[in-house]
Design a protein around this ligand. Sequence first.
Ligand SMILES: Nc1nc2c(ncn2[C@@H]2O[C@H](COP(=O)(O)OP(=O)(O)OP(=O)(O)O)[C@@H](O)[C@H]2O)c(=O)[nH]1
Ligand SMILES: [Zn+2]
Length: 202
Amino acid sequence: MSIKFIASSKLPTPFGTFTMHGFEDSETGKEHVALTYGELAKDEVILGRIHSECLTGDALFSLRCDCGFQLETAMKNISDAGAGFILYLRQEGRGIGLLNKIRAYNLQDAGANTVEANEKLGFAADLRNYAMCKPMLDHLGISKVRLMTNNPKKLAAMDECGVNVVARQPLQVGKNMHNEHYLRTKADKLGHMMTEEHFKED
Ligand SMILES: Nc1nc2c(ncn2[C@@H]2O[C@H](COP(=O)(O)OP(=O)(O)OP(=O)(O)O)[C@@H](O)[C@H]2O)c(=O)[nH]1
Ligand SMILES: [Zn+2]
């Protein structure tokens, strides 16, 4: 894994001014981004989110998933906490890419669930790789993380790649009539830790 830091700049947002850090992954050609907010005191536990790209949810307001809502809430939580980070990883569609995700959505429109759709296309349910996280966090001086996630596989992957997650903070937001079935599949087939309250919310 060869991650190279390229440049930083300010990123003003509705939740405050973050600093944006750009990284190049020479193995995959992907351009990953980190956002940081406030003072990241060395050796303190830093609140953060490791977010996989979802063009449809993050940028196009899609209600098919919960990604955009999670990203927004994570940025708000970090701003409220006074410090934190987001790693925005360019692994669209759980690693299958945007066009294959559209193919998968087409199969879901015809009745497949999110896991079956990936499998029909010849992909595993989740092809993501998190090896870039440790060098990105090292560059930012972050050694201990309180991670906003519902995904136990992401926690296991962090453990494997040497990221010290000392606590998990659930991030259950964005349920709506279009994604309820999808969220249930994430809980039932992908093991996401979601409480029943999440499904009862309006
Ligand atoms: N292949 C595929 N990818 C999807 C689908 N819906 C969302 N995604 C992608 O899933 C990724 C987000 O993964 P999730 O499993 O929703 O959540 P997570 O980030 O692993 O877990 P949390 O930290 O709890 O949010 C993004 O890359 C999305 O583009 C889908 O139906 N099919
Ligand atoms: Zn999404």
